[in-house]
Design a protein. Structure first.
Length: 249
């Protein structure tokens, strides 16, 4: 069996009351699978996540951070702060950060470097928008995002990153990439990492309307190591079905 990484991105959803049963259920689900389970929660709930998940098999973390240690950066959260809550993971470069909050490849590069320096595992998201795919630019956009996002990092550092290919046109739209489209881009990503950084066996996830009904066909593709799951992670029953996906090596 392939060991899959299945990580939820709650985005700006859930509340304190919902999270109590959610974390209890997720702990149980993670006990009963050999897949790796994680969840990235809104930062205000990190304390609760630490308290609820610290002794479980569930990895948890944040959805963003800033690269500076401290200072006059109103509203921002540092890597040190995430470590105060024993975070394992931090999502960086999500398309909603890039497109709504105008984060550049260079901003994301600084954050990735900082997260790695502080011992966090970045989940580095990348992917093209609809017009870029339709214009035949998907591969060059992904290459640019990755090369800029990884600027200045060495092989060992890059091997500690979890990558997530998330075509923007598939996020939250209900329209996932086809298994072949996802496989093609993730295989391309792995080749790029190998040729430019001498990396082998990087973990590269697919994200974009992954749900219980399409998890098996997407996750069984040979280059895909798991999924970053937005909407479908909010319903514990559906997330459980995705987490229980079993595919051959
Ligand atoms: C995401 O936001 O990372 C994501 C994949 O969202 P969704 O599953 O809702 O498309």
């Amino acid at each position: 069996m392939k060991k899959l990484y299945l990580i939820g991105n709650m985005k700006m959803n859930m509340n304190y009351a919902d999270l109590e049963p959610y974390f209890a259920n997720l702990t149980q689900v993670a006990e009963n699978t050999s897949n790796v389970v994680g969840v990235c929660v809104p930062s205000v709930y990190l304390d609760f996540a630490k308290y609820s998940l610290e002794n479980s098999k569930v990895l948890f973390g944040a959805q963003n951070m800033y690269h500076e240690d401290k200072g006059a950066y109103t509203g921002e959260i540092s890597a040190h702060m995430l470590n105060d809550f024993s975070c394992d993971l931090v999502i960086l470069g999500h398309s909603e950060r890039r497109n709504i909050f105008h984060e550049s490849d260079e901003d994301i590069n600084l954050k990735v470097k900082k997260a790695l320096a502080e011992g966090l595992t970045p989940i580095l998201c990348f992917g093209e928008v609809k017009e870029e795919r339709e214009g035949g630019m998907a591969f060059s956009v992904v290459e640019r995002q990755l090369m800029n996002g990884l600027n200045g990092l060495d092989t060992d550092e890059i091997n500690r990153i979890i990558f997530a290919y998330e075509p923007v046109w598939a996020i939250g739209t209900g329209l996932s990439a086809t298994p072949d489209q996802a496989e093609e881009m993730i295989a391309f990503t792995k080749r790029l990492l190998h040729e430019n950084f001498e990396c082998h066996d990087n973990i590269v996830l697919y994200g974009g309307s992954l749900k219980a009904s399409n998890a098996n066909e997407i996750l069984s593709k040979p280059s895909i190591d798991g999924g970053l799951i937005g909407g479908a992670c909010l319903k514990i029953d559906e997330f459980e079905q995705i987490i229980n996906t079993k595919v051959d090596e």
